[in-house]
Design a protein around this ligand. Sequence first.
Ligand code: HEC
Length: 473
Amino acid sequence: MTSAALPDLAGRLHPALVHLPIGFLLLLALTEIAGWLRPALRPPPPLRTFALAAGLAAALAAAACGWLLGRSGEHEAALLDRHRWAGVACTALTAALLVLRHRPVPYALTFTACLVTLGVAGHLGGTLTHGEGYLWRAAAPAVRPVVASAADARVFEDVIHPLLRQRCIACHGPAKSNGGLRYDTAEAVLRGGKSGPLLPPGQPAASLMLRRLQLPLEAKEHMPPKGRPQPTAAELELLEWWLHAGAPVRGQLADHAAPPAILATVTARLDLPAAAAPDRAALLSLARELEARLGIVLRPLAQDGPWLEANARLRGPRFTDEHLRALAPVAAGIARLDLGGTAVTDAGLATLRAMTSLQRLHLDQTAVTAAGVNQLSGLSRLETLNLVGTTVGDEALPALGRLPGLRTLYAWNTRLSEPALAKLARGRQEAPRLQQLRRELADAEARLQAETFTVHRGAEAGASPPVSPPDPP
Ligand code: HEC
């Protein structure tokens, strides 16, 4: 062991040593109370002196070790300060007891004060090691009713916190808080570590947690450190989604418009039954009836599978909000909807909220505006949106940005400006998931390069094609 490690070791003795003065003082206090009730039990003065002296010596030793432990910087500073001064006060009061031991009234008063500071110091110490609210935590029910579906899962308690507990808490929790970072409560997670809060105000994407998770495994700052169990790709995706959603700690996944990929991951992690697809036979008979009544095309998308394609374009202006509302009974099964050139308006698009399977939506040549686009915000599977020839303008940008599945937007002949569209596209390109994939691609290319065998015959450097290794027999 190096001499530098000695103070470390002494520091770690603190949690064990503190129990010595507690034992001495409590036993003495109990015998004093007993002696007060039955004089025969009163401790003889030399025993009292001995107990106080031993208590003081133990308190001094514990305080010294505590001081060394406090220097490690692994504890929350304000709390540590309070714990430290309560400990010092308790030690000082023990010394005072030794001085006052022959004067009954000051002795009794000082003893009371000493026991109170002991309780306070002990509680603050417990909070330092086990986290805020540790006292009551055990009393709360450990299990709660199982959720019916991933959408009902609580975003922090059921999804994010178990992940942080599994992968990070050994080094960022009650036992150790490396970098001043603790993940044992929601408040602590948001507070962050010595480099600042989890999400720097105004720039959620600049989360240090995300950056460190995404660094190459070899990087010194990569989290969790190399050699430790690493989060899986699906777990990383969960954390990325959560941080980009602004790190919510309240509400359920549905409240934060979690996209299908996230719901699927959570379904698997929580071992929930997969969401039931709509019943095909019932849906198709309803669809046939509606098709005849509304004069639109309403057909299954594939031979099997319950998904429908609805096309109202042929009805043109004769198809109104009211007709759209008539589709409500089959809403859950509609995956493609063409309302191009119809008379639907922003108000009518409220019906679309129930079309949670919608992947393609055509609203071209309609009176829909940004207010209508706002109604689409829960459509997490929507991949293609056609707004050609509408008056939708830049005010729709936030709503468009909130469509997590959107891959293609047709915006010709709208009031969406070039710069706004460029900004939207840029936001998408910079999504951490994409960046991660690009990094992986670059890594794979570098590896491929490193393993490729090349022969140069001398004439023109780099002109000959690489020679591949022969196929194995
Ligand atoms: C084996 C221990 C260990 C594990 C497991 C671990 N970390 Fe760390 N972490 C450290 C150490 C040590 C530091 C402080 C040194 C440093 O900044 O690199 C640190 C620092 C950090 C910091 C910087 C804190 C700040 O404010 O400067 C972040 C963020 C972080 N870790 C995130 C995580 C996340 C997220 C996980 C789980 C996915 C995790 N860590 C798991 C050891 C660990």
